[in-house]
Write a protein that binds this ligand. Structure first.
Ligand SMILES: NC(=O)c1ccc[n+]([C@@H]2O[C@H](COP(=O)([O-])OP(=O)(O)OC[C@H]3O[C@@H](n4cnc5c(N)ncnc54)[C@H](OP(=O)(O)O)[C@@H]3O)[C@@H](O)[C@H]2O)c1
Length: 269
C-alpha cells in the first residue's frame, strides 16, 4: 500500500521503517526533515506531498494542535484512510472530526522498534488497516466505530503508567533520604506481587540520573494534563502533571519520563 507517515520522531520513525520493511511504499514527512532520512521511505518536503495519492495517512505527532495544523494542509485522496496515532486526548479527538481512525498506541521506543505496539483502534475505516497494523503492532484492541474511544482508553492506560512512574520517583527519593539503597528496594520487590518490570525499566535511570528518551517527559506532562482535563475531580493527574512540568522547566523535557525524578531529587549527604 502507499502510506504517508507524518511525524517521524521517537515513535513515528520506527513505525515508518517497519512499514517500509514490510513492503509498503512509504512517504514520510517530518518538520525536522533529517529525522525522516534512512527509514526506507521517500522523504517529502510537505505533508501534502507525502499524502498525495496515499491510501493511508498516519499522523504520529506531539499533540492535538500539531496534528490539526499539519492536517490543515492535507487533502486526503478519494477513499484514503487517516490513522491518527498521536495521543491528543478526548477534546482534540472530537475537534479532529468523526471520519478517521482514532488509534493511539500503548508502548514506547522499544516496542515501536520491534513492531510490537498495542493499537487502541476506534472509528471508521479501521477494518481496512490490517496490513498497516501488522508490521507495527503486536496487538490491536478494537474499540468500536466511534472516534474518541481510542483516546479514552489511551488516557486510562497512561493514568496507570504515569502513576507508576511518579510513585516510583518518590519511592526512590524516599529510599535515598532514609539511607536505603534503592537497588535493594528493587531487589526486595523482585518476583513478588508488588513487582513490575516497569520498576526496573524506569528505576535504573532514576538511580543513575541518566534519562535517554524513550517517552519524552514533556509529552508525558502533556498526557497527565489531558487526563486532568478529562477528570478534573481526580487529584493525582494534576499532581503528576505539575511534578512533570517542574522537571520540564528545570531542563529535562526532552529526556525520558523517568526524569520526573529530578523534581523530587535532593542532594543527599
Ligand atoms: N514515546 C512514547 O513512549 C510514546 C508512546 C505512546 C504514544 N506516544 C505519543 O506519540 C506521539 C509522538 O511521540 P514521540 O514519542 O514520537 O515524540 P517525539 O519524538 O518528540 O516526536 C514528536 C513529533 O511531533 C513533531 N512536532 C512537534 N511539534 C511540532 C510542530 N509545532 N509542528 C510540526 N511538527 C511538530 C516533531 O517534529 P520534530 O522532529 O521536528 O521536532 C516529531 O515529529 C505523541 O502524541 C506521544 O504522546 C509516545
Amino acid at each position: 500500500m502507499r502510506i504517508a507517515v507524518l511525524g517521524t520522531g521517537i515513535m513515528g520513525a520506527p513505525m515508518a521503517r517497519n512499514l517500509a520493511a514490510a513492503g509498503h511504499e512509504v512517504r514520510a514527512w517530518n518538520r525536522t526533515a533529517s529525522k525522516a532520512e534512512g527509514l526506507g521511505a521517500t522523504v517529502c518536503a510537505e505533508p501534502s506531498d507525502a499524502a498525495d495519492g496515499a491510501e493511508v495517512v498516519i499522523t504520529m505527532l506531539a499533540d492535538g494542535p500539531t496534528v490539526a495544523s499539519v492536517m490543515d494542509g492535507v487533502t486526503l485522496s478519494d477513499g484514503a484512510v487517516w490513522w491518527q496515532a498521536s495521543t491528543v486526548g478526548v477534546e482534540w479527538a472530537a475537534k479532529l472530526g468523526d471520519a478517521y481512525v482514532d488509534g493511539p498506541v500503548m508502548g514506547t521506543r522499544k516496542p515501536a522498534e520491534d513492531g510490537k505496539l498495542t493499537v487502541l483502534a476506534s472509528g471508521p475505516g479501521r477494518e481496512r488497516l490490517g496490513d498497516v497494523f501488522a508490521p507495527v503492532a503486536g496487538k490491536v484492541v478494537d474499540l468500536g466505530d466511534a472516534v474518541g474511544a481510542g483516546q479514552r482508553m489511551k488516557l486510562v492506560g497512561n493514568s496507570w503508567v504515569l502513576s507508576l512512574v511518579e510513585g516510583l520517583a518518590e519511592t526512590i527519593a524516599l529510599a535515598e533520604r532514609l539511607d536505603v539503597d534503592p537497588r535493594d528496594f528493587l531487589k526486595m520487590i523482585e518476583g513478588g506481587l508488588m513487582d513490575t518490570p516497569y520498576a526496573r525499566l524506569k528505576g535504573e535511570p532514576m538511580i543513575a540520573r541518566e534519562f535517554p528518551p524513550s517517552f519524552p517527559l514533556a509529552l508525558a506532562a502533556k498526557d497527565a494534563g489531558l487526563i486532568a482535563e478529562a477528570a478534573p475531580d481526580l487529584p493525582l493527574p494534576k499532581l503528576i502533571r505539575d511534578q512533570m512540568l517542574r522537571a520540564t522547566d528545570a531542563g529535562h523535557g526532552e529526556e525520558d519520563v523517568a526524569a520526573t525524578f529530578m523534581a523530587v531529587w535532593r542532594e543527599h549527604s
